[in-house]
Design a protein around this ligand. Structure first.
Ligand code: MG
Length: 256
């Protein structure tokens, strides 16, 4: 009996410790490494190799309604500057990333992600010109994730409050975070978000938002934390996730 109670105290302590540990999200995948590139399939595989909590990507809807993976609103192809929302997917996928890969569709990204069992996929929905396009994007992406039974391995982030609300509405169990930094934890709780995912400067101004979030049962993610000073400051603040271009550096700090 005594052994059992000691064991449960030890297990509880281990659990609390594990919960408190800050985790890493590779911003646009792990791209600052050999043969990788932002938002490439390689960046996802590299994040999976180093076992980050998550690997982040940016998603747009092409002019013919295909979700594609890229950060900027525009791409360059054969010297032409093309807006992604005005260009069909069969043209967009001809764009070469800096590591020689073609710009991926979300479908091809999910094909690769299905084998990446060590990391979650953090999908950022980019803000689109119209609510109609944003709603179409969420509809399609949630269906793709559901059809592959990946709901428990995918989380969502967006600067667009419409995209955040729409995602929560369509999948109340999905973990959805808001990026803009202008709303308090209490407001995010009231709309059903999993937490806040704000710029590091926001937490320097409002450090109390970390504890406020935790008291409300929300998680805290912070972007994009690359400098040693910021990494240490955010670990000390006890954020749940650090989104970074330097996952190995953050790992070093966490291992200390
Ligand atoms: Mg992003």
């Amino acid at each position: 009996m005594r052994f059992k109670s000691i064991l449960s105290v030890v297990l509880l302590t281990v659990c609390i410790h594990l919960q408190a540990q800050t985790q890493i999200i590779a911003h646009r995948g792990f791209w600052k490494t050999e043969n990788s590139a932002q938002n490439s399939l390689t960046a996802l595989k590299k994040a999976n190799e180093i076992k980050t909590y998550g690997s982040e990507i940016d998603i747009w809807l092409s002019s013919d309604g295909i979700p594609v993976v890229f950060h900027d609103a525009n791409v360059m192809l054969d010297g032409k500057n093309l807006n992604i929302q005005d260009t069909p997917a069969d043209i967009l996928t001809q764009v070469k990333l800096s590591n020689g890969e073609n710009l991926p569709t979300l479908e091809s990204y999910l094909d690769t992600f299905e084998d990446c069992l060590e990391t979650k996929l953090i999908i950022e929905f980019k803000s689109h010109r119209t609510k109609y396009q944003e709603d179409e994007l969420v509809d399609k992406v949630l269906k793709m994730v559901r059809d592959r039974n990946l709901q428990n391995r995918v989380e969502y982030i967006s600067f667009s409050l419409n995209l955040v609300v729409k995602t929560i509405h369509l999948d109340p169990l999905a973990k959805v975070y808001y990026l803009s930094g202008n709303l308090s934890p209490a407001v995010m709780k009231s709309i059903g978000a999993a937490g806040i995912d704000y710029n590091v400067a926001v937490f320097k101004r409002n450090p109390q938002w970390v504890k406020e979030s935790h008291d409300l049962g929300l998680k805290v993610n912070v972007w994009t934390v690359n400098s040693p000073e910021d990494i240490q400051q955010m670990i000390d603040l006890n954020v749940d996730y650090i989104t970074t271009d330097e996952p190995l550096l953050v790992k070093e700090f966490l291992d200390r």
